[in-house]
Design a protein around this ligand. Sequence first.
Ligand SMILES: Nc1ncnc2c1ncn2[C@@H]1O[C@H](COP(=O)(O)OP(=O)(O)O)[C@@H](O)[C@H]1O
Ligand SMILES: C=C(OP(=O)(O)O)C(=O)O
Ligand SMILES: [Mn+2]
Length: 532
Amino acid sequence: MTHGRVNPSQTLEAQGISGLGTVYYNDIEPALVEQAVKRGEGRLGKGGAFLCSTGQFTGRSPKDKFVVRTPSVENSIWWENNAPMVPEAFDRLYADMLDHMKGRDYFVQDLYAGADPEHRLDVRVVTELAWHGLFIRHMLRRPDRAELDSFVPEFTIINCPSFKADPAKHGCRTETVIALNFEKKVILIANTEYAGENKKSVFTLLNYILPAKGVMAMHCSANHAIGNPEDAAVFFGLSGTGKTTLSADPSRILIGDDEHGWSEKGTFNFEGGCYAKTISLSAEAEPEIYGTTSKFGTVVENMVYDPETLELDFEDASLTQNMRCAYPLEYISNASPTGMGGQPKNVIMLTCDAYGVLPPIARLTPAQAMYHFLSGFTSKTPGTERGVLEPTPTFSTCFGAPFMPRRPEVYGKLLQEKIAETGATCWLVNTGWTGGAFGSGKRMPIRATRALLTAALDGSLAKVEFRKDPNFGFEVPVEVPGVDATLLNPRATWADPAAYDAQAQKLVGMFAENFGQYVPYIDADVKAAAIG
Ligand SMILES: Nc1ncnc2c1ncn2[C@@H]1O[C@H](COP(=O)(O)OP(=O)(O)O)[C@@H](O)[C@H]1O
Ligand SMILES: C=C(OP(=O)(O)O)C(=O)O
Ligand SMILES: [Mn+2]
């Protein structure tokens, strides 16, 4: 039986997927919420938010993600970073999953990934859980109803948490698998309920497709000045560095919080919604994001709440530190209706430095920006990936290694060209520790980060005095109105300056050791910007 609206020539049967129970095509939000509640997947919270938990998997499973090694992608995938799966194993996995799906109900969402129609990818997401349908409907861009009648999915994602893969038969590592097949244009996800896998799979697809068209694909948030979409900014950063928090800025228009493209026309969001962390979220510091947690249909994932009053507990991390809410962009009052902005005037690289060494803001030359983009130094946030229990320093190239199917220099070259063409100003912003490393110092106050970003974006920071950092060679402001001057010089925030120097030297050494792998691919000016 089928329900809903779908292009009659593009049903699941037409794709070779048959024998299912009821298929719900393109249900809108209230219908999905109704189904999810009816099926016991969660319950309604305040304001009609949908409260659910994801069981054992409360973060991504990067070690269980595979790319199918087909001839057409053999020479373009960065195999050192993307685990290969042989086509025969994928075929067995697909066949067994389709078999498992028989008789069960499924939810189909036909959605756009990419706000710019020229670079848009039309994706179909088939989910066993009604709330996964709701989640991905919030996260991607929703076609008009009439557009559904001619919608042709280019890629299909099938997400089946109740299916357990067999490593011996399916060429995977555990019972959990995320398998991307660029030739068959199918992604299979099994044995995890963590909703983030859906959106990051789409991101990985676009990160493969767009660079071939000369479009830079970026793990970044983006916003623009009020009344001037041409004054755009992008904020690169691995999970937990502040992309979502800092892009939702009452004094700017939000383009998007996580995944964007940079074409010859400017920036565009891949998505139509946000996926914010809710741990310690406060109504005072982040009123807009806080407000979404009691709006109709917002997916509130892995939060503890009072069963009687339905009051959410923003401090109880007993399910996971990676508690989240997912909502459409229009739930943020100053979000862009188009999801597009002009050429970035400012490129910000967010790093969460758990060593407490990097300054809260530094200005980078284009060569230094390339060096830091390829390095991707930051810390992994507890919870976002399975097994990470405390902030763990890492070099995650392009500030998003888990989502990059191509070699880092592909993205590096594209970014370098875009920065050279537009003359964008580049900044490195440490949202991590100050006054010492993780364990002794404290997290950078959000207020200070925001004040520094405001000064960078409105141009006032360009007018202050800068010093050159002796360890890293970039320029650091000496004094910024409204910001504690001590904070600007991390060495001065440490109780023991000698301990700072030692930690800084250690970090310089880590940068140098990590960067060796990129040396064969970079220009002389980037080599000259290398540290250590
Ligand atoms: N100075 C800071 N800048 C940004 N975020 C901070 C800062 N200090 C603490 N945080 C917290 O760190 C987390 C950043 O997460 P988030 O914005 O979701 O990052 P991302 O979107 O890059 O994954 C939030 O929980 C935020 O409250
Ligand atoms: C959803 C995620 O992204 P981020 O933490 O960058 O918002 C994730 O990494 O699983
Ligand atoms: Mn985010």
